[in-house]
Ligand binder design. Sequence first.
Ligand code: AMP
Ligand code: MG
Length: 419
Amino acid sequence: MARIPNDCFSAPEDMISVEQARELIGANLKTVTQAQTIPLSDACARLLAEDITSHLNIPPSDNSAVDGYAFAHDSYEAAQGIGFSNLGRSAAGTPFNGTVSGNCCVKIFTGAIMPAGFDTVAMVEDIVETEGKIHLPKGLKKGANRRKAGEDIEIGTLILKKGCVLRPQEIGHLACIGYSEVPVFSKLKVGLLSTGDELTEPGTPLKAGAIYDSNRFILSSLLKKYGCEIVDYGIVPDDLDAISKALKKAGQECDLVISSGGVSMGDEDHVKAAIEENGSLTFWRIAIKPGRPLALGQIGTTPFVGLPGNPVAALVCATQFVRPLISGLAGSHTISPPLPVFGKSAFQMAKKSGRREWLRGRYYLDADGTPTLEKYKSEGSGLISSLTWSNGLIEIPEETTNISVGTTLCFLPYSELYE
Ligand code: AMP
Ligand code: MG
């Protein structure tokens, strides 16, 4: 299996910015998935594994954009007042096969091929038919209501680039040039585990002092949205040996391993030592809130990310840093950053300069229709209710130190962060 270079995640010495972290994450990545051919109807949301060039003109022939009468514009002026004789009909899929001459027209339907020699179409609702003659309206320009062969896609054009995400419209684009199967990258196989003695599997009884594991469910749902195949390694207790074994197995079986919890340097945080037994781990100090240092490393040559245990911090770090990592490993090196929207702050807040913050936010239109942003009432990064309350993250830039009511703020809807 293709792997990433050994020093992929060597530690930057100083505190780094969000942009620097993303650049470093992207810099050494290479695609680790393989190309496979699948039916086009199953390919939505997958990553295209080859450049696609059109071997057809679309539309393949000149055709009519409306229901009406096709004619030669050169004889248009001469026929005014006299009218055209109708020679027959051309319907979509059943072209007119006769020969045409001046002063005549052919009834034509939307999508039907233009009879050879005809270049213009009058709409059916604009013509007058008297005594077997078709009288056309004045003022039609040459080529009116005609679609030219190749005007949408010209033969030989590169229409889709390797690595692009196949949305419904790309699927349609492939279908319209005749593809029934498409080369895509195999799904990135991500091994997921949670660490913590307190963690309990939902559906089983909760002992005193224990909590249910929510991160694995948040993260597997998110990673499936990112197109990954999940291998679930469950809950691993705070025990060096157990964590080491689980990580080693996951590293051998997967393209990427992600854990949450156990990386905050407390007595029970064994992930660092466990990774070091099987590879290397470094902590990146990124100037952000929420999120402790992000743990990045390798188990053998398999990349590893250790996310914080607090669910909010785990989700925020996953959307900001794991998303570009996944996209690079999976074969898409051109992932576009989430598209923000902007709204007026309904709150005030002081902030430390020099770090980027993401607040759980709610974007709505106020009574006047003004896009407005509210933040969750408290900041704790363990508050899962703040995630369900919000519909996205308010992104506060590094240099901001003060937000007043009415300040324009940048908002990242979850719909953008989950794509
Ligand atoms: P840790 O990073 O292991 O010190 O955990 C930080 C906090 O997050 C603690 O309160 C943990 O109980 C909590 N936590 C860790 N992992 C999970 C998880 N999988 N689901 C829910 N909470 C978690
Ligand atoms: Mg823990």
